[in-house]
Each structure stands twice: as structure tokens, then as C-alpha cells.
Design a protein around this ligand. Structure first.
Ligand SMILES: Cc1cc2nc3c(=O)[nH]c(=O)nc-3n(C[C@H](O)[C@H](O)[C@H](O)COP(=O)(O)OP(=O)(O)OC[C@H]3O[C@@H](n4cnc5c(N)ncnc54)[C@H](O)[C@@H]3O)c2cc1C
Length: 507
């Protein structure tokens, strides 16, 4: 192999796990190159709320008198009564529990600052453990500014520290392949693509996969849940896709997956109901203002739904399928169920919110661009019949039957009159859909968490399908399997561990 560049540790992905790995590898004396496919650093972590779950008795917990310990963290994350804990690999959880406090300190040491008040999250927490980072102070460098994207403060500071310490971050470098010395040998480096040419980078000590997970890869995600066909978008897009690149490249050289049941345990925000409708990217907590540097890709902010009494939700055949006020997995499963499409038995197809001019007035929505995307994600008409005929979208495979939508709306309006939803028991439907114009807004569920990925040991070293370590290959972040914890905590812990261990390896 002819290498264009050479270093000790190559990190693939400049998000939460990758940046922690880069800083940690530099702290332990290794030369580091980070490759990032995007035009900027941060990945999902840039768009995150910056709520960092690292307990065990960290410095802020101590300051605030919150009693916690690694043993308590461990007990919470293996609690069989909780779906997000039940299937976790106990060895990984033990390591996580023991490394929370030093990882929190590592963040403080690298300039990350936190709001000094814990927040309560649904994550396994018998005591408050989650603290929120401060948002980055330069709005134009926060990809979704002014919307509490506090994670920007985490990744900008980590990147700043990594660079100061001498790590090189190569943007617009997409890893396309991991190079291994024969079937059983050590990992030698990676190949990236940049500006249409290949750049091969030698890694004398190790390669760390930190590519953020797989929910953006339809083929890959369907290994765990065949219903997740192409109509489902991902949180974090259109900034950062979880394309499974790291998993695929690692599996090509023998890596294994781990604890795959965690992906479908129906806990937390793995699959979510939309909250910003009429845009393709309407994830619950993510709202792109028009001055976002990627607004040209987003195309619309979306209309924020605060109360699903304002609309009914219908499938591609114009039929309601569940109580619109529900947002849990009962709702999700109903949305993902086949609704009678004989050509496509997996996946529920697009979901549309249908509402009228009164809903718009009550909610003070402005149903015009740039708030909505009329290019396939938002439609208006003077009659329900005409509205059905207007809906055109790549995932709406055939026209919505207009008579069916008319019947659905008429039946729903009769439930408003009687006060009883005979079909789906929506508690007391209150608003008829009666005053034109009428609207149809994209409201299809959105995927968020990757909760399974590559098998590693407690040093974050990748393991193959025979249970053997792959020398020189590491994985951290959402691409790592075995620990179904939502978000940043585990990514930072195992990123830091991977960087440390790779740096300490003999070449
Ligand atoms: C809207 C939103 C809000 C969130 N809020 C929170 C929160 O408040 N608290 C919390 O704990 N978690 C939150 N999360 C989740 C959290 O952001 C992620 O769990 C975390 O960022 C995952 O870290 P990671 O390093 O695995 O992936 P990322 O942070 O996504 O980083 C992966 C990086 O790898 C790059 N990459 C991918 N493929 C390649 C390739 N082939 N070559 C080179 N680079 C590549 C990507 O571009 C990306 O930059 C949120 C996520 C979103 C989307």
C-alpha cells in the first residue's frame, strides 16, 4: 500500500466520540489525524442539546451535594426492569460506570463548561447525573443557532483543544475503506476520498471508528427492523447522516456486531414522532432557523406542533391509523405498520397531518415558505378532495384516494360532534376540520438513536465474529454496540478510552 500520509492514530469521524478519542490519544503521546467527511466538525453532537450523562460522583455532582458512585451507575444501567438496560453488555457498563468521573474531568480539563444545575432525563438515573454544556458563543458556527444546540459548545471546545494539542483534522475526507494486513493481521490504515481523489493514511498504532451509527443507511438499519424502509428520515439530517460507513468498513475486515436486540427494545427516542411538520427534517428537538448555514439544504423550518388536537394524522391511503395524541411506541408501531399496500409490505409509507384554516389561526402558523416546503412536503387546497389529489412526494407511491380522505375527515368531524373517537379513542376530539383552505403536511416518523453496532472489548478494541480482537481497530460512539445508552455519555467515555488505548499500543 502506498500511503499519502502517515500517523500513529487515525480517527474516523469528528463527532463526540472521535474528538474525545483524538484529544485522549494526543494526551497519551500519539500523533493523530482525524478524518471527517462533512464540511465542518461535530456530527450529531453539534446539533445535540449538550445534555451529558456522566455521573458516578463527578465534580459538579460533588459541588452540588449529589451523592452518586460508580456502583450506582452500574446498577442503574444493568437494571433488567428497564428496556434500555436489560440487554447491555455488563463488562462495557462496568467500564462506563468506572470511567464517568474521569471523563467528566477530562471535559473540564479541555475547556468544556457546564450549566451548574442538573437536569432530569428519562435515562437510567436514580440520582441527577445529566449536566448541560454551554452553547458555543459564535452563532454562525452553531449549525442550528438560537435553538439550544448546546452540544455545539462541547464539540467546538473539543476540536479546539485537539488542534491546540497538535491533532490534525482533515475535513471533507470520507473514509471509504479500512486496510488490514491479510485476514488475521493488524489494521494498517484507511483510505479516504477527498475532491474526487483517494488519500491513503497509514495508522501505525490504530484506527478508531467513530462514524456515529447506522440509522441513515436503509439497508443496514433493516437488518434490525425490516419495517424501516426508505421513507423514514433521520434526526441530525441534513447536517450529519448516520450512514453506517464505519460499521461496513469494519465488517468488511471481519468485525462483528454486538447486542443487536438493543436497537429494537422500544425505549427512548430510537424512532420518534415528528414535531415540526411540513418539512422533511422535522425532528422533535431540532429546528433550523433561516440563518442556519445549511438552510439551503433544509428548505423549511416546519410548523411546530404543540398540540395534536389541531390535526389528524393519516397514512398514504388517507386513513387515520391511531390516536394522534399518543407519541409512544404504540403510535410508532401503528405508523410503521402496513396499511394495505400490496406492493410494499414493509414500512408504513408517508404519514400526513391534515388540518384546516382554523387550526392555522389558533396556532398562529404561517403556512408559507420558508416555514413549509411545498416541494413535496406541504400542500394546500380549498377542498379535502382537491387536497388529496395534490399530494405528490417520492414516497407517496400512488395518489391518495380523495374519497377516502373525505370520508376520514367527515367521520372525524362526527367524532368531534359526539365527543367520542370510536376508531382510536383519541381523548375528546375537539376541533373539526371544516374551514378552508385545507392543508397536508409531512409528518412521517423520524429515526434517531443507533443503539447497536460493532462489538468491542472494554478497551474499545473491535472484536471479530470468532470473538478475537482485531489488532489496531477500535470503535466508540453510536457505532459501538453493546450499550444502549442514548447519547453523548457513552460516546465520550469510550472515545476517550479508545484514544488512550490506541496511543499506548506498540506499533
Ligand atoms: C437533534 C439531536 C439532539 C441530541 N441531543 C442530545 C443530548 O442532549 N444529549 C445526549 O446525550 N445526546 C444527544 N443527542 C445524541 C448525540 O448527539 C449522539 O449520540 C452523539 O453525537 C453520537 O456521537 P458519535 O461520535 O457516535 O457520532 P457523531 O457525533 O454523529 O459523529 C460522527 C461523525 O462521523 C462522521 N462520519 C461518518 N461517516 C464518515 C466517513 N465515512 N468518513 C469520515 N467521517 C465520517 C460524521 O460526519 C460525523 O461528523 C442528540 C442528537 C441529535 C441529532
Amino acid at each position: 500500500m502506498e500511503w499519502s500520509l502517515s500517523t500513529d492514530v487515525v480517527v474516523i469521524g469528528a463527532g463526540a466520540a472521535g474528538l474525545a478519542a483524538a484529544v485522549s490519544a494526543r494526551d497519551h503521546g500519539a500523533a493523530v489525524i482525524v478524518v471527517e467527511e462533512n464540511f465542518d466538525i461535530g456530527g450529531h453532537a453539534m446539533l445535540s442539546g449538550g445534555r451529558v450523562h456522566l455521573g458516578g460522583g463527578n465534580a459538579l455532582q460533588k459541588k452540588l451535594g449529589i451523592e452518586d458512585s460508580p456502583d450506582k451507575v452500574y446498577a442503574d444501567w444493568i437494571n433488567f426492569a428497564r428496556g434500555d438496560s436489560r440487554y447491555n453488555d455488563r463488562d462495557l457498563v462496568r467500564t462506563f460506570a468506572d470511567e464517568c468521573v474521569p471523563t467528566f474531568q477530562f471535559l473540564l480539563d479541555n475547556g468544556i463548561t457546564f450549566i451548574e444545575k442538573p437536569i432530569v432525563t428519562p435515562d437510567a438515573s436514580t440520582v441527577p447525573r445529566t449536566f448541560v454544556t454551554h452553547e458555543w458563543h459564535v452563532p454562525s458556527e452553531v449549525i442550528a443557532p438560537r435553538r439550544n444546540r448546546n452540544g455545539s459548545g462541547l464539540v467546538r471546545r473539543l476540536a479546539e483543544s485537539a488542534r491546540k494539542k497538535g491533532a490534525q483534522i482533515l475535513l471533507k475526507h470520507e473514509m471509504t475503506r479500512i486496510v488490514r494486513n491479510g485476514g488475521k493481521g493488524r489494521v494498517l490504515g484507511i483510505v479516504t476520498r477527498t475532491d474526487g481523489r483517494e488519500v491513503a493514511i497509514e495508522a501505525k498504532k490504530g484506527v478508531i471508528v467513530a462514524t456515529g451509527g447506522h440509522t441513515g443507511n436503509v439497508n443496514f438499519r433493516r437488518m434490525f427492523d425490516p419495517r424501516l424502509t426508505e421513507e423514514y428520515q433521520q434526526a441530525g439530517m441534513p447536517y450529519s447522516e448516520q450512514g453506517a460507513d464505519g460499521e461496513l468498513a469494519a465488517m468488511d475486515i471481519g468485525a462483528s456486531l454486538w447486542a443487536t436486540g438493543t436497537q429494537t427494545s422500544e425505549v427512548g427516542p430510537a424512532i420518534t414522532k415528528t414535531r415540526h411538520m411540513g418539512t422533511r427534517w422535522g425532528y422533535i428537538s431540532l429546528y433550523y432557523e433561516t440563518d442556519s448555514p445549511i438552510f439551503h439544504l433544509c428548505k423549511a423550518t416546519g410548523l411546530t406542533v404543540t398540540d395534536w388536537q389541531e390535526a389528524i394524522l393519516v397514512n398514504q391511503f388517507g386513513k387515520r391509523f391511531w390516536n394522534e395524541l399518543d407519541s409512544g411506541y404504540d403510535y410508532i408501531n401503528a405508523a410503521l405498520a402496513n396499511h394495505g399496500d400490496k406492493d410494499k409490505l414493509n414500512g408504513g409509507g408517508p404519514i400526513w397531518a391534515i388540518f384546516d384554516a382554523d387550526a392555522v389561526a389558533r396556532q398562529k402558523w404561517n403556512p408559507k415558505p420558508p416555514n413549509v416546503d411545498p416541494d413535496g412536503y406541504f400542500f394546500t387546497a380549498d377542498t379535502i378532495f382537491e387536497l388529496a389529489g395534490k399530494i405528490e412526494n417520492p414516497h407517496q407511491k400512488r395518489p391518495m384516494p380523495a374519497a377516502a380522505l373525505e370520508e376520514t375527515v367527515a367521520r372525524y368531524n362526527s367524532f368531534v360532534t359526539s365527543g367520542v373517537d370510536l376508531d382510536f379513542r383519541k381523548p375528546t376530539p375537539i376541533h373539526p376540520i371544516a374551514r378552508p383552505p385545507f392543508y397536508a403536511a409531512w409528518a412521517t416518523p423520524i429515526l434517531h438513536d443507533t443503539l447497536t453496532g460493532l462489538r468491542t472489548d472494554t478497551n474499545a478494541q473491535a472484536i471479530d465474529t470468532r470473538g478475537e480482537t482485531i489488532p489496531g481497530l477500535y470503535c466508540a460512539g453510536e457505532s459501538q454496540g453493546g450499550f444502549a445508552q442514548h447519547g453523548l455519555g457513552r460516546c465520550l467515555v469510550f472515545g476517550r478510552i479508545a484514544g488512550r488505548h490506541a496511543a499506548q499500543r506498540n506499533s
